[in-house]
Write a protein that binds this ligand. Sequence first.
Ligand SMILES: *Cc1c(COP(=O)(O)O)cnc(C)c1O
Length: 229
Amino acid sequence: MSAPEPDVLLARVAKVHDRIAAAGGDPEQVALLAVTKGFGPEVALAAAAAGLVDLGENYAQELVAKAPVLADAGADVRWHAIGRLQRNKVKALAPIVALWQTVDRADLGREIAKRAPGAAVLVQVNVSDEPQKGGCAPGDAPDLVAALRDDGLEVRGLMTVGRTGPADEARAGFRMLRSLADDLDLPVRSMGMSGDLEAAVAEGSTMVRVGSALFGPRPSVPGPAARQG
Ligand SMILES: *Cc1c(COP(=O)(O)O)cnc(C)c1O
């Protein structure tokens, strides 16, 4: 699988910025997290070359394989863990991950605090009540934030995955995440992907996580085993 040509990738980045602006956001203020899951390291390298410094990965195995390739190439990127996390994967990821975006339970937070003391985290909230999605219930977020802080973690904000289906239907959930983050005085709101970033930006996203709109369709869809990681 080959990476998009540099000019193609830059044009796609510009297009995402245009979409953010059209939705009422400031492309300078809304961080663009480039989601490289499912692609080889050459795509992550292309992203870094295009100036995308925040890269997101879902699967521990992929992240552990790609991170050294970028480090060896001198690419200075920040890796974000955005997939469902198992506690037994935390140790391997601890030296790599800059922001743990999917912390949704206290025992996971405790493990991160043990392996990466003081690490920066986001609390993932399930705003759509869809059982297949990760995230704590909105009502549980305040206690979880407090527990993570007790463990010495730096809680920067909240993250959510919008309701599956028409982007408009994700909007109420994004609004809920926004108000929850405001209540908790948390500045980071990671929400919006290729298909629903306008709705997320309109509701106050500070970070959109974009894969296919930058890199095209993912070549490999990991199976259930890989999905755990
Ligand atoms: C895959 C993924 C994305 C990016 O999805 P696209 O639709 O390709 O933009 C964003 N966030 C999470 C949590 C993901 O798993």
